[in-house]
Write a protein that binds this ligand. Sequence first.
Ligand SMILES: Cc1cc2nc3c(=O)[nH]c(=O)nc-3n(C[C@H](O)[C@H](O)[C@H](O)COP(=O)(O)O)c2cc1C
Length: 310
Amino acid sequence: MASEVNGVDLRVSIGSLKLKNPVMTASGTFGYAREFEPYVNLHRLGAVVVKGISLEPRFGNPPPRIVETSCGMLNAIGLENVGVERFISEKMETLRQVNVPVFVNILGDTLDEYREIASRLAGVEGIAGIEVNISCPNVKKGGVAFGTDPEMAAVVTKAVKENSTVPIMVKLSPNVTDITVIARAVEDAGADAVSLINTLIGLAIDHRSRKPALANVIGGLSGPAIKPVALRMVYQVAQAVSLPVIGVGGIETTEDVLEFMLAGATAVQIGTANFVNPRASEEAVEGLAHYVATERLGSIREMIGGLVLP
Ligand SMILES: Cc1cc2nc3c(=O)[nH]c(=O)nc-3n(C[C@H](O)[C@H](O)[C@H](O)COP(=O)(O)O)c2cc1C
């Protein structure tokens, strides 16, 4: 693993996992990663997180399932994916050829499904970690209850942890009253890290047709519109747990990454920005290296939790 970009130390640790820099891609916004090879040197990223994988393939929701809103995007993809078996035989096969840590985002409608997916992924070569999606607002069964109930969040975390051979990162939902309660519950249940936030539940309406803009009616809001909410939650969770916190939500630029790190994030994920600028993740790595060099920091790790309070 290259440890430095132009002689600059950008390394961070997520539990036992060492990343060469803190820039990851967010699940569902970067396909299975290799789709981005024409634009991004994947090898330069800290890690990639692939699209959420379920036990069986899913076709997702009917269209329209993405709509642009002011400063953001509303989606109700419905977790379309190839299912765990095809993921292992087809997608991991090609992902192994890229020298970048791969996190597999997983989801289930039942506890057994989470357990089963985790055990099928256990020992598969090339998987650096698992991200457990307990927070997707689009699926009618499972998702919402797991991510909003501390006891269920803990049970899922424990089940995945017991059946995994790699570090697990639990992805938290912002659609709760107090996110720190869920964060503490998954920490106690054995999570190695938490990532936050998933999308905020929203609604877009076309006043001309008088219909919802999405066929699913409601969807998940992402992009710059949610950045202040994500920053606030990262800040609160970083105070509440001693796990590494991975910040997600509206990150587009190097400055955004620095803000999340100051709020307490050890690493970040870039999501919706990939649709606007497919090179956003690699540009953030370059920007961080430039920042560390010009500010003469010993390493990027000096930024983590460095917020100066009034
Ligand atoms: C089109 C789309 C698909 C997504 N699919 C997933 C998914 O499969 N699993 C998941 O945990 N999060 C999924 N997300 C949520 C993102 O990973 C991320 O948490 C969220 O969009 C906030 O970050 P952003 O504002 O940088 O996009 C998806 C988001 C979008 C926009």
